[in-house]
Write a protein that binds this ligand. Structure first.
Ligand SMILES: [Zn+2]
Ligand SMILES: [Zn+2]
Length: 318
């Protein structure tokens, strides 16, 4: 499986404002020596040497992931604003000719997970075929409702690609294009589902918009089968530990609980995801650094688990 992140931000898109760009430029220039900017090559080397929070951004688009199977079948997980860039990429190939086929897995229908659909150009191209899966029994109605005329001028039916909706059984595995897919109900206002995708003995778990609390760590064993031995887990870590205590029932988790769960269930690689919209790139790096410190307090954990932060454009293979 090959997974590409197109949207990683939680709740609402966060395009960088001019003061953010200015601060990145300022911090970069403060670090530069005359030798760093003496030629085009040295400038490129200097930029590459900067912390990612200065030279780039973790991204402001809401949730969207592209998953490619070993046979290059396409799965899309959630349709936040990140899908607009995936759309551009797909239109260069068979989706631009009306010959594309993809499966879409939806975790839930909060805006930040579906708001890219009205701007997903492959949906407008006749001949493309999409199979949309969710455990919510009214999934078709939910997605259609986003595009009633009072909210958007083009309704879903007027987008000419074939779009078939499938309600999948809750917490029962099903098989599609050589992948075994298991969904798991997560605690989140209105409900949300995590997905575990397995191919050739490798497992990828996407669970955003899920709330786990430290008080309930002993009840977490009901999630054992879902998380057990996963190669990669993408986990909702919108809040810091302190915020998670203040925001009980808001439906999100923190990096520390994600690490506790990852260690408990033998996960090998953890990606922090659904970034808080008010967090700057520097703040996200401090979240990662605090998460690594927390992991470092556990010698076994340090040896077994990798932690990274999800960012737009990153591709992981497993
Ligand atoms: Zn969300
Ligand atoms: Zn949500």
């Amino acid at each position: 499986m090959k997974i590409r992140f197109w949207g990683v931000r939680g709740s609402i898109p966060t395009p960088p404002a001019d003061d953010v760009i200015r601060e990145k430029l300022r911090r970069a220039l403060l670090r530069a020596s005359p030798a760093d900017i003496s030629s085009e090559e040295s400038i490129d080397r200097f930029i590459d040497s900067l912390p990612y929070s200065i030279r780039g951004t973790y991204g402001g688009n809401t949730t969207c992931l592209e998953v490619r199977t070993a046979d290059d079948d396409l799965f899309i997980i959630d349709c936040g604003t990140g899908i607009r860039h995936l759309s551009t990429e797909l239109m260069k190939g068979e989706f631009g000719r009306g010959q594309g086929v993809a499966s879409i897995l939806l975790t839930h229908t909060h805006w930040d997970h579906i708001q890219g659909i009205p701007f997903f150009v492959p949906f407008f191209v006749k001949g493309n075929r999409f199979h949309i899966y969710s455990p919510f029994s009214d999934i078709k109605k939910r997605v259609e409702y986003q595009q009633v005329f009072t909210h958007f001028p083009v309704n879903l039916d007027s987008m000419l690609a074939t779009k078939e909706f499938f309600v999948i059984e809750k917490e029962a595995p099903f098989h599609l294009n050589g992948i075994t897919i298991l969904n798991k109900r997560m605690r989140h206002p209105g409900g949300a589902f995590g997905y575990r995708l397995e191919e050739d003995g490798r497992s990828f778990i996407f669970t955003s918009d899920c709330e786990f609390n430290i008080d309930e760590i002993d009840q977490i064993d009901s999630y054992r089968d879902f998380f057990w031995n996963a190669d990669v887990v993408v986990f909702d870590t919108q809040y810091t530990f302190e915020e998670a205590i203040d925001k009980i029932d808001w439906g999100h988790s923190s990096a520390s609980i994600a690490i506790d769960i990852a260690l408990r269930f033998n996960v090998k690689r953890l990606l922090l995801f659904h970034h808080e919209p008010t967090y700057s790139d520097e703040k996200l790096e401090s979240v990662l650094s605090n998460a690594r410190t927390y992991l470092g307090m556990n010698a076994r954990g340090r040896a077994l688990l990798d932690i990274e932060i999800a960012r737009e454009g990153v591709v992981i293979e497993l």
